[in-house]
Structure formats: structure tokens, C-alpha cells
Design a protein around this ligand. Structure first.
Ligand code: SAM
Ligand code: SF4
Length: 337
């Protein structure tokens, strides 16, 4: 392996002095749902098995990342729980020195049956995607049945003591924007943190995104009109959301606004795609191939050097504007959204 002139005694920092401490790891590009804003009905041209990083390969990369200051790992996808025995990966990552936070983003369909093994392996918190509380809408927005299973997954996560349990809800005009108060009500009864997310342009959803986009300000205005909701501090954990809650409620609702108010200045994250590319920005194509390195015997120090070198191409910010989309935009499920 070629050596790179980077300082491995210092934590990862990009060219804009942002410390990179958070790695999102996609374990598969496949999914058991087809959310309309994320994936075409027919799915994608899925990766071949040999193209996917093995759990052992992922752990080697995580070790290298931890050696240069990464502290938090989120497992995502596609749908991470469709990959067999995900708890094995959780356990291995939780044991990596320096990693003090292992979390999961899931659509919740398979959570109830896997939550015990995941918790025993060291999972501490979970984000569950849910865009509607109505059965018939679930089938039209996710293009599959399953609301009852997701709700059972949420309850199982709470019962098992995962905390915080965050619900990610992509808000779309005319599709589910009449359910904001119903989601807020959930947080009055249970320690749930519902985050409303602006729909982002990706792949084939450009027209849908343009037609259904609702900005965070409008969502906040709606929540603020509900006089019982007050600005509150959110839960711990890496997120850029702003939160509101009912007085004395165990949970809260929040808003994430990647488009209308980007949080690039505070960006602390990079992504590892299921086929081993380190992606430097959700909205850009900048990436470094780590799979070749890991498969040709790179040492931990050499992998760490590649990570440190990759910081030089992390862009300062994304340049998406409302109503515009880059033709190179990829689906979040492809890159570990
Ligand atoms: N399958 C898992 C899930 O749904 O939570 C993990 C992967 S999914 C790509 C991660 C998150 O990205 C989900 O909360 C999903 O709603 C969100 N997402 C996907 N495509 C999006 C888009 N175009 N705009 C906004 N959020 C999106
Ligand atoms: Fe699957 Fe998650 Fe994309 Fe929905 S958002 S299609 S659950 S990867």
C-alpha cells in the first residue's frame, strides 16, 4: 500500500476544521419496503453478494475509524435488518475500543423479533422510520403492508429500554401532512422523539419531491399554532433536529431541515456504503474506495490513512437549492442515508 502524508496522531478533521466523529454504515442496499420517495417499485439493480462488505471487513474499517477519533456508528441501509444476524455486527462494533455509541436506523418491520438479540449485543438506541399512522396510507407510501409490525417494533424497542427511540417521518404535502398532530400526540403518551423530515430529491423521485416538498418552517409554524406545544431540548445523539413538546410529556416532536436550513457547518459525519465506498457528503459524489484496500490486506494504520486522506475531499457544503436537483443525486438507501 502507498503511504499517505497524513497525521494519524490527530482525530479526523476535514479541510474546514470540522471534526469527523460519526460514521454511518450501510450494511445492505436491499429493502423490504419501497417508500415512494426512496426506492422505485422494482427496486434497484441490487449489489451482488461478493460486492458487499462482509461483517469482518466492516469491523476492520470501524477499527481504523475509531483509531482516528470516530466515536459513533449508525447501522443503516437499505433496510439493515434484512441482513442476516445483524446482532453479530452490532456486538463486534460495540467491542471496538473507542466506539461508545452504536445505533440503528430501521423501518421497524423486523424489529420486534430481533430487538432482544440486538440489545444483548450492545445496541443502545434506534431510529425507526414511519411516515403514517394509517394502514391504507402505509400501503400506498411504503408500497407494502406492515404498519402493525412497525408499531409492534416501536413498542418492543421501548419495552426493551432502548433510548432514545426516535421516529423519522418524511412529510409530504397531500400525502401525510394532515398527520402532524397525530404524530405529536404519540409523544404525549410515550417517550418517543418524532422527527419530521423534509423530503429530499433523490434518483427517480424528482417530480414527486418538487410536488410534495414542505419546508421545515411551515412544519414548525403548524406545530407552533398548537398552543400546547413548547420548544424543548431534544434527546442526546448526533442529530440536527429542533424539538417541541407538550408540557410534562415524555417525548417530543422535532424538525430536520436538510434543504431549507442546511447544517453543513456542523457536519460531523461520513458514510460507508454497502459496497465499501466512503462517501463524504450525502448530496455529493465524492467518495473513496475502501473495499479494495481492505481486500488487498491494508493494515489498520493504512486504512486510517485513507480515511484521513479522504477528509481533504469532503465538500464544505451541499449546493442543493429548493426546487432543484442534481442529476447525480443518489437514493439515500444506496449510500447509507
Ligand atoms: N430502511 C431504513 C429506514 O427506512 O429507516 C434505513 C435507511 S433509510 C434510507 C434512512 C432514512 O432516510 C429514513 O428515515 C428515510 O425516511 C430517509 N429517506 C430516504 N429517502 C429520503 C428522501 N428522499 N428524503 C428524505 N428522507 C429520506
Ligand atoms: Fe427502505 Fe428505508 Fe428506503 Fe423506505 S426509506 S424504501 S424503508 S431504505
Amino acid at each position: 500500500m502507498a503511504t499517505t502524508l497524513v497525521d494519524l496522531t490527530r482525530p479526523l478533521e476535514d479541510a474546514f476544521s470540522r471534526a469527523i466523529t460519526y460514521l454511518r454504515v450501510s450494511v445492505t442496499d436491499k429493502c423490504n419496503l419501497r417508500c415512494i420517495y426512496c426506492m422505485p417499485e422494482a427496486g434497484f439493480q441490487w449489489l451482488q453478494r461478493a460486492e458487499l462488505l462482509s461483517y469482518e471487513e466492516i469491523v476492520r474499517i470501524v477499527r481504523a475509524a475509531a483509531s482516528v477519533g470516530v466515536r459513533a456508528i449508525r447501522l443503516t441501509g437499505g433496510e439493515p435488518l434484512v441482513r442476516r444476524d445483524l446482532h453479530r455486527l452490532v456486538r463486534a462494533i460495540a467491542q471496538v475500543p473507542g466506539i461508545d455509541d452504536v445505533s440503528l436506523s430501521t423501518n421497524g418491520l423486523l424489529l420486534e423479533e430481533s430487538v432482544d438479540a440486538l440489545c444483548a449485543a450492545g445496541l443502545r438506541r434506534v431510529n425507526i422510520s414511519l411516515d403514517t399512522l394509517r394502514e391504507e396510507r402505509f400501503a400506498s407510501m411504503a408500497r407494502r403492508e406492515g404498519l402493525a409490525r412497525v408499531l409492534a417494533g416501536i413498542d418492543a424497542a421501548l419495552a426493551r429500554g432502548l433510548a432514545p427511540v426516535k421516529i423519522n417521518c418524511v412529510v409530504m404535502r397531500g400525502r401525510n401532512d394532515d398527520e402532524l398532530d397525530d404524530f405529536a400526540q404519540l409523544t404525549a403518551a410515550k417517550p418517543l422523539y418524532v422527527r419530521f423530515i423534509e423530503v429530499m430529491p433523490a434518483h427517480e423521485n424528482l417530480e414527486l419531491q418538487r410536488d410534495t416538498y414542505i419546508g421545515a418552517d411551515e412544519i414548525i409554524e403548524h406545530l407552533s399554532r398548537n398552543h400546547d406545544l413548547l420548544p424543548v431540548a431534544g434527546p442526546r445523539g448526533n442529530g440536527p433536529a429542533r424539538y417541541f413538546g407538550y408540557a410534562g410529556a415524555p417525548g417530543a416532536v422535532g424538525v430536520i431541515s436538510p434543504l431549507s436550513h442546511d447544517y453543513c457547518e456542523r457536519c460531523n459525519r461520513v458514510r460507508l456504503s454497502a459496497d465499501g465506498r466512503l462517501r463524504l457528503c450525502l448530496f455529493g459524489d465524492q467518495h473513496v474506495d475502501l473495499r479494495t484496500a481492505v481486500r488487498t490486506g491494508a493494515s489498520e494504520a493504512e486504512l486510517a490513512a485513507l480515511l484521513a486522506g479522504a477528509m481533504l475531499i469532503k465538500p464544505e457544503r451541499h449546493h442543493l437549492r429548493l426546487g432543484e436537483a442534481s442529476s447525480r443525486m443518489r437514493a439515500l438507501s444506496e449510500i447509507g442515508g
